[in-house]
Design a protein around this ligand. Structure first.
Ligand SMILES: Nc1ncnc2c1ncn2[C@@H]1O[C@H](COP(=O)(O)OP(=O)(O)OP(=O)(O)O)[C@@H](O)[C@H]1O
Ligand SMILES: [Mg+2]
Length: 285
């Protein structure tokens, strides 16, 4: 049981789990190329406010590129992206994060010389409460700065509790195992109090126990906090267990989109991604 009274956490104030299945994110005809290489070819999809949507596909299919376009790291040559009906296609990443889109990185993006706790605090920086206006006015009005500091601490403590990070909170990141670092990476993304969470292979390189834990955290974040999740993942067992819907990419193109039960039987998906039907069956069940 969480030791923190979560009803006091800013994250929950005025926020309910999104029960509606209206789209929180819309991606329309996204096209991204590097020179002659077409990484994403006219991909469209929606993320509903109440779902875990997985994006799967072979190496180089364009999954990370899609996430990079959504959070402003890459600028697509064509197409549009809307977050809560606001167009964000051309916004840089430092303007997108405060809107409420947070992500983890396939190759981790942590300050390895700092503690797990410091990394979580750093993840809090793009939050609107930490904006220039907030910090400047905070400098003049001690009460406000103090309140922001308390709020930050409460959010971070709640995340530490939720992700069972008590033992590693004071440890320097470079001394942590890969699985523990992935957990810090998730915590860093959550520190932003996101309204949409993009997870890029958050379970890669983990042992079975660590994967189980991570799957539980993702479900908790989704169900307790009501945060829609886009999950890029290679582990088909995890994908089939966690996802409400699955998008399949191959060579930059979306080749399928449906509920897990349908996707795993789609012949195009089997040949593009899973190999033979028998191999698919072995990997999925
Ligand atoms: N910055 C870049 N410059 C040039 N090519 C890139 C760049 N980023 C990605 N690519 C290329 O775009 C294609 C799609 O890459 P992407 O990283 O999106 O694949 P992915 O589906 O995430 O694969 P993986 O499962 O291996 O992570 C690949 O051919 C990749 O080499
Ligand atoms: Mg990738």
């Amino acid at each position: 049981m969480p030791i923190i009274d979560w009803t006091r956490i800013p994250l929950f104030q005025g926020r309910q789990k999104v029960e509606s299945d209206s789209a929180i994110l819309r991606v329309e005809d996204l096209y991204l190329r590097f020179g002659a290489l077409e990484a994403v070819k006219d991909v469209s999809f929606e993320v509903k406010g109440n779902e875990i949507l997985s994006i799967i596909g072979p190496n180089g299919a364009g999954k990370t590129c899609v996430l990079n376009c959504i959070n402003g790291f890459y600028r697509p040559q064509r197409g549009r992206i809307y977050f809560k009906d606001k167009e964000i296609t051309k916004l840089p990443s430092h303007r997108i994060a405060p809107l409420g889109i947070s992500r983890t990185f396939q190759n981790l993006a942590l300050y390895t010389g700092l503690t797990a706790l410091d990394n979580l605090m750093a993840g809090r920086h793009p939050h609107p409460a930490m904006s220039k206006e907030g910090v400047i006015s905070g400098a003049f009005y001690f009460g406000r700065a103090h309140r922001i500091e308390i709020e930050n601490r409460e959010v971070i403590e709640y995340i530490i509790d939720l992700l069972e990070m008590e033992e590693i909170r004071g440890k320097v990141v470079h001394s942590l195992s890969y699985g523990q670092r992935k957990k810090v990476e998730l915590g860093r993304a959550l520190a932003l109090e996101p309204e949409l969470l993009l997870l890029d292979e958050v379970m890669a390189g983990m042992n079975l126990d660590e994967k189980d834990d991570m799957a539980r955290y993702v479900i908790d974040v989704h169900e307790l906090w009501g945060i829609p999740v886009v999950l890029v993942e290679h582990d088909m067992g995890v994908v089939m267990d966690l996802s409400d819907r699955v998008i399949v990419m191959d060579w930059g193109t979306k080749i399928a989109e449906d509920v897990p039960e349908v996707v795993k039987k789609d012949p195009r998906v089997i040949s593009a991604y899973l190999g033979t039907a028998e191999a698919a069956e072995r990997r999925i069940t």
